[in-house]
Design a protein around this ligand. Sequence first.
Ligand code: 1HE
Length: 257
Amino acid sequence: MSIEFITLDYEDDIALIGLNRPDKRNAISDRFVASIDKAVQEVQQHAKVGIFYGHGSHFSAGLDLSEISHKSHFENIQGSRAWHAAFDRIQRGGIPFVSALHGAVVGGGLELAASTHVRVADETAFFAMPEGQRGIFVGGGGSVRIARLMSEARLTDLMLTGRVLNAEEGERANLVQYLVQPGHALAKAKELAASIASHAPMSNYAVTNVLPRIQDMAQDDGLFVESLAAAFTDTSPEARARLDDFLAKRAAPLRGS
Ligand code: 1HE
């Protein structure tokens, strides 16, 4: 299947979604959002894990700034809601996603990364939310997802001051979970994706769909929903088989890295 601005490859159970508009630093236009959404819906049918990465020297320069000034209020809302719909299908869809980040991870590019479940950056990555410099506001879910990752205080700082975080600062601010040498983010993402793909799909589904929803609940409701999710997950045939393996000493032991 050919999708505009996207390369799509499969390696075993893993789908590799490449952002492929390098001449514009993978700036995300309305058509590009639609392509991301199409790719996400496609890979959820065929893969156990998806990886986002960027072609060229940057992950993504964010929103395509050439489109926005021509839009009416209403078109702008519709555009933002299309980002929300696409990114929600990443965050709370059928399979987990990993992002492999390098170069600019900026504005809407960081919003895309924030909708994935595990983020790996190489040391060339840098993070910024330059909406203030451009006279605009976030519209791709950043006020919720990025604020939750790094805290509202840190996001406010980035947006008000135009601060740019280097890769190490991004890791310290909880924007990424793994930091690797330049050029190694995709390899590390594949290694992590293989591990995720080896786990029970129902467990992965509970992590990606139940966990974020519980964060929106009052404590008592969250604990109750946790018990319900555990009841479904723990009694699945796959859980029984994996628990039997452990009790029969057939399971691989846990090892620290
Ligand atoms: C673009 C975009 C873009 C590059 N929209 N065309 N995002 C930003 O404010 C970031 C703007 N971009 C940059 O700061 C830089 O381009 C980068 C640091 C990312 C990369 O620098 P560099 O030197 O490698 O590339 P360049 O020469 O600046 O750009 C190459 C081309 O890409 C050039 O086009 P050309 O026709 O002159 O070759 C640029 O105009 C084009 N380009 N970035 C459109 N963003 C859902 S709401 C989210 C709100 C936001 O994302 S705000 C953040 C927007």
